[in-house]
Every structure is written in C-alpha cells, then in structure tokens.
Design a protein around this ligand. Sequence first.
Ligand code: FAD
Length: 289
Amino acid sequence: AATIPQLLTGERTAYSFEFFPPKDDASEAVLWESIRRIEQVRPAFVSVTYGAGGSTRDRTVRVTGRIARETTLTPMAHLTCVGSSVSELRQIVGEFSAVGIRNVLALRGDPAGGLGQPWTPHPEGLDHADELVTLVRSLGSFTVGVAAFPDKHPESGTLEDDAEVLVRKADAGAEFAVTQMVTDVDTYLRLRDLVAARGSDLPIVPALMPVTRYGQLQRMTELNGQPLAEEVLRRIEAVKDDPAEVRREGIRIATEHGRRLIAEGAPGLHFITMNRSTATLEVFARLQD
Ligand code: FAD
C-alpha cells in the first residue's frame, strides 16, 4: 500500500479524518459508527489525538491499534512530549509498533498548565517537536508527520519563525505536516509559500472542521487560542438563531474553503471530525462534485 507521503504527493487530493480517544463505552460506540462510515470513502489515513496522562494515553494506543487491526484504514497516532521522559516516550512508541501503528504525528503538546502558560519540558524529556521527530525516526521504520500553524503558533514571534521551525522538523525527518483548523485560506497559503520559499517540499495538509453549532465558535477559540476568521464569525453570527441554518452555513463554508484549497494545490484535506461523521462526510461528498 502507498505511504502517506506518497499519497500526499500523488495526483489526487488525499483526504484524512481525525478522531479523539473516547472516554466511555457510549462515546466509543459513536466513534466506531463514524469510523465505519468513513472507511467506506477510502481516505488516505485517519488519525487519533493524544492526551497527556496515563489513561488517555492508553486509549490512544487502544483505539489506534483497533483501527489497524479491524479496519482497512491506515491509522496515524498523535504523540506529544508533555509529561514524559525520553524512556517513557520510547516505551509508548514501542506500544504503537506492537499494535501495528506505523504513522506518528510528532508534537510537543501544550504546556501542562494550559494555553498561555510557559512551556516547561519534563526534566528527562524533550523540549521541542523536532527532537521527537528524531526520536521516533530512530526507533523504527515510522512515517512521521508534524503540526503547522497558519495563524502562527501562540509562542512564536512571526510566521517566518514558524516556517523555519517547519523546515527544521522536515530536516529532522518529518515527511508531512498537518495544520491547525484553517478558517482563512489565505493564512494557509502564506505559510505554505514561506516554507516553499525556503526550498522545502514538505507537504502541508490544511485541516477543516465544519461548524455545526453556534456554541462551538466560542469553544474553538478557547481550546486552540486561535482566532477564527472574521468572515466565518460574521456568517455564522448572522444565522445564530436558527440551528439548522448554522449547520448548513457551516457546511457551506467548509466546502468553499475545501474547494479553494484544492484549487490552490493543497496536497490533501484533513477533517477534524469530533468523532462524528455526518457533517464532514457531507462536505467530503460536495467536494467530489
Ligand atoms: P513545536 O514544534 O515544538 O513548537 C512549539 C513552539 O516552539 C513554537 O512556538 C515553535 O515556533 C517553537 N519551536 C519549535 N522548535 C523549536 C526549536 N528547535 N527551538 C526553538 N523554538 C522552537 N496537542 C495534544 O496534546 N494532542 C494532540 O493530539 C494534538 N494534535 C495536534 C494536531 C495538529 C494537526 C496540530 C496543529 C496541533 C495538535 N496539538 C495536539 C497541539 C500542539 O501540541 C500544540 O499546539 C503545541 O503548543 C505545539 O506543538 P508543536 O508540535 O508544533 O511544537
């Protein structure tokens, strides 16, 4: 089968879908219903996020391993440096390998105290994602991806600095990047062009997430510390009293963004699903027209 970097440099747009590890049996059932529906559209890969802390960590390994074992999908596990020594990170990567995971998204993670708090590495751990890329690559034949920030990472000085960091991650062995949620296509293009101008051909996959509920807007900004594009805010605000119309508008916006990203040559589109499939599959279907 083709590797993720091969699919991202191929002729066709490579679609991928992101899940988070469910907390209980009921949410796990919802997730699996989504996974089975998404499996039918044959995405390039699906990914499972990673939280610091023992039980969340185990759930990432378990869910990603189950995808590897029981489906035809290509899974990718996210991994962060937060709260782990290098020997613990090695052990987790060993667990990935044991359950058949070959693709890892290597991240630093957010400061344990939350966004806006200073980052302090584990005393025997790693300070930046590029070091985790090097570590994972040294532990076996893994394909490694990294994070990219079109709206600029909150701790970075400028977008140029972020472009430098991406080149450094590619030099460390990362073969592709996935962005935070894109709500303004121009920000994606700017970062992509800055990276290309540095002579790097690292494929950078933009992430999309259709807004389906008005209440999500506030939460999205809180969670990511990321500004939502004015235009998206304005269009959703305009229909906020009509939940069905919020959903329709959210799907329209994500579809428009997806079309433009594809037209601009984005190597793929990464859908943040929140473990649901209906809205993202609707956007996916419209993009095939
Ligand atoms: P880094 O690349 O280490 O960057 C962090 C900061 O340090 C940036 O300001 C960067 O400019 C700077 N920097 C980087 N390298 C160096 C260096 N060598 N020297 C000096 N400065 C440097 N978080 C989770 O907890 N779990 C997840 O599953 C998860 N999935 C994500 C998926 C995607 C697609 C994205 C975009 C983010 C995800 N995150 C996740 C959030 C991510 O962990 C945070 O945004 C984190 O703050 C940055 O991670 P990073 O890997 O980009 O870190």
